[in-house]
Design a protein around this ligand. Structure first.
Ligand code: F6P
Length: 426
């Protein structure tokens, strides 16, 4: 054994353990990189790792005897490719989840709960690492309480809306994907002098739209935290903004709308970009007809909508996501070794930490009950202030660039005004 392995061995090796790992909820880039890190570090310790298929549903199959523990054992280098690439460890490069991330079973159904708990017991696990967003967290936390599981949770989601962590695995790659899409769309928008409205995922949080909108050069960014719904004022404000752009010589525009923004009837709208594109076109022409002198530049306005959809959950994980996934995976194994269970691994001030689930679950459960986002964009945070300082239109906001103070840019003031979430993501 070389000296580094010996060091690891002495420092960390305690009794051998059997641990389980599962991915739950929507997939995102970086899940496989977490699995890889957990398996590698555990293998060094001679622990056994069992990969549960299809989220907690995998336990049901075990309870029903359809799958045996041996079938689920994960091996370091278990995913080698053939030919001259043999030996290449591909897992961290692939998005999706090799374990599957789909849970059909409803844990509110007593039989389903019983089966899941029985499956866990049959495996004889010392601990479980669950990789999930806040929806999965809620469900798995309840199961863990009922089954007395030793749980460690790793946050993942392209929405970056898991409370108490500045970053979730998957967000950075999705941000790059959306940024690249905006860059690409710029040239067709410019060639046709069009307004292109781009619909970005994020559920009820605007982090992805705001970050990528800034990086991708958007002219307007609508996020639910600042623009909960479309209204006449907003549409007119956008038309005025477009008129100003055109007067200044920019005849095209890129508008990013986060999917959490509701339509004129205050309803969630799966085609919100299309809805907005029509409203902008109709209102531009209406204004032009009312006051051709002032709004002449709006007469020819043409709009298109692009929904980026699930492409945002794909792609080779970025280096940041691979690193985050790796340090999160290693941290989870360490927590198990130190017997510090029922914790969420988090990213805070550029370092990996963890937080007790007991402490964070009340906020998460309350948010689910109230249908509100546990970690929204801070409307007074540095990212909003940055967008405003660039002159990006964010709706009929109260904030004005001239009022931006230096404090906004050193934002670690931990005072997200919407929720008492001590970590402010944007
Ligand atoms: O939570 C991740 C996410 O991609 C959201 O951004 C989006 O609203 C949702 O999942 C889409 O879910 P589904 O894949 O079930 O359509």
């Amino acid at each position: 054994m070389n000296s580094f392995l010996l060091f690891l061995d002495q420092k960390f090796m305690t009794s051998k353990k059997r641990i389980g790992i599962l991915t739950s909820g929507g997939d995102c880039p970086g899940l496989n990189a977490i699995i890889r890190a957990v398996v590698k570090f555990s293998t060094l310790k001679e622990w056994e790792v069992f990969g549960i298929h299809r989220g907690t549903d995998g336990f049901i199959e075990i309870a029903q005897g359809k799958v045996q523990a041996e079938d689920l054992k994960l091996q370091d280098h278990g995913y080698d490719v053939p030919g001259v690439l043999q030996g290449l460890d591909v897992l961290q490069f692939m998005s999706g989840s090799v374990l599957g991330s789909l849970s059909h079973g409803n844990p509110e159904d007593d039989q389903v709960t019983q089966d899941i708990l029985e499956g866990y017991q049959r495996l004889g696990l010392d601990a479980l690492i669950a990789i999930g967003g806040d929806g999965s967290l809620d469900i798995i936390y309840d199961l863990a309480k009922k089954g007395n599981w030793n749980l460690v949770v790793i946050p993942k989601t392209i929405d970056n809306d898991v409370a108490f962590t500045e970053r979730s695995v998957g967000f950075d790659t999705a941000r790059n994907t959306v940024t690249q899409a905006l860059y690409d769309l710029t040239f067709t928008a410019a060639s046709h002098e069009r307004i292109i409205v781009v619909q970005v995922m994020g559920r009820d949080a605007g982090h992805l739209a705001l970050h990528a909108g800034i990086a991708g050069g958007a002219d307007c960014i609508l996020i639910p935290e600042l623009t909960p719904q479309l209204n006449e004022n907003l549409i007119e404000g956008m038309c005025n903004y477009i008129a100003k752009l055109r007067q200044d010589g920019r005849r095209f525009a890129l508008i990013v709308v986060s999917e959490g923004v509701r339509n004129l009837d205050n309803q969630k709208d799966p085609y919100i970009a299309e809805t907005l594109a029509h409203l902008l076109k109709d209102n531009s022409h209406r204004l032009c007809n009312i006051d051709n002198g002032r709004y002449n530049v709006l007469c020819q306005v043409d709009t298109r909508a692009t929904v980026l959809g699930h492409l945002q959950r794909c792609g080779v994980p970025s280096s940041f996501d691979r690193i985050l996934a790796t340090v999160f995976g290693i941290k989870a194994v360490r927590l198990i070794e130190e017997k510090r269970f029922n914790r969420l691994v988090i990213w805070e001030n550029g370092a990996v930490e963890s937080k007790s689930l007991e402490q964070i679950m009340p906020l998460i459960k309350w948010c689910h009950q109230e249908n509100s986002c546990p970690a929204p964009v801070d409307p007074e945070g540095f990212m909003v202030m940055t967008a405003l300082s660039l002159g990006i239109y964010l709706g009929e906001s109260h904030y004005h660039p001239k009022t931006v103070s230096i404090d906004s840019f050193t934002n670690n003031n931990n005072s997200a005004p919407i929720m008492q979430n001590p970590v402010s993501q944007s």
